[in-house]
Design a protein around this ligand. Structure first.
Ligand code: FES
Length: 93
């Protein structure tokens, strides 16, 4: 696989309307899901924290939530939520 190139690896119809789907293509484990706006998100299926499979997690507020410690990834693959860093006030809002 040549990085930063486009490859047709999956039909959009194969991506479920709910939940996360994990697939391996070209030797890479990937996690796919749909946002509330029906955008398709694809990130590496490997949590940056301890390497858990993100596709085994669930969708929370359009984020893919890692099943191990709950890191939440946005559709660009950035971690937006680290539960240990969430203040009590953030949770109650
Ligand atoms: S392994 Fe994913 S949050 Fe810890």
């Amino acid at each position: 696989m040549i990085r930063n190139q486009w490859y047709a690896i999956l039909s959009s119809k194969e991506i479920p309307m709910k939940g996360i789907m994990g697939v391996t293509r070209l030797g890479e484990k990937l996690a796919f899901w749909r946002t509330k706006n029906n955008e398709i998100a694809c990130i590496f299926d490997n949590c940056c924290h301890r390497g858990a499979s993100i596709s085994s997690g669930k969708i929370v507020n359009d984020h893919a939530q890692c099943p191990f410690h709950g890191f939440e990834y946005n559709k660009d693959g950035k971690v937006d939520v680290i539960p240990a860093n969430v203040r009590i006030k953030d949770v109650s809002d």
